[in-house]
Design a protein. Structure first.
Length: 148
């Protein structure tokens, strides 16, 4: 299962990076509202890994197994995406980090490293929330059957 988690985390990171580069290609990368689609990408990836683990486990599927798959794959994707953004912000487009920081926080903070911290926190938080949310759908039911 660990290989599957790494695979999905890598694919999720690749999707996030690809989306950023496509948005960048059209010059829309400074629009903060387009970051909302990152959540859709992460939600789809976490849903798919939990669904896949449940399908593979069958009747042996448990809550912790699905939650772990969602959390770890989301964390891997977040770390890889943050690493990519660090390279982009500090080496490729230095002005981008400063513009985003100015738009988001005004004159309060100008350090682009804070932007990386925000990316990590947003990614980790959305991963936890989405994993908990999707596990409500996939968790085994304890309902008593009506066949009594």
């Amino acid at each position: 299962m660990e290989k599957k988690i790494i695979k999905y985390g890598g694919l999720l990171a690749l999707a996030l990076i690809s989306y950023f580069l496509i948005v960048r290609m059209f010059g829309l990368h400074e629009n903060p509202w387009l970051r909302l689609f990152n959540g859709v990408i992460v939600a789809f990836g976490i849903y798919k890994i939990i669904k896949n683990v449940k399908k593979e486990s069958g009747v042996n599927f448990n809550y912790f197994e699905g939650f772990k798959a969602g959390i770890f794959s989301g964390f891997i994707a977040t770390i890889v995406f943050a690493f990519f953004m660090a390279i982009y912000i500090f080496h490729i487009d230095v002005a981008f980090g400063e513009k985003i920081m100015e738009m988001s926080l005004g004159s309060v903070a100008t350090e682009p490293g804070l932007l990386l911290f925000v990316i990590l926190i947003e990614g980790f938080a959305s991963t936890v929330v989405l994993s908990l949310l999707f596990m409500q759908k996939f968790k085994p039911s304890w309902n008593i059957s009506n066949k009594l």
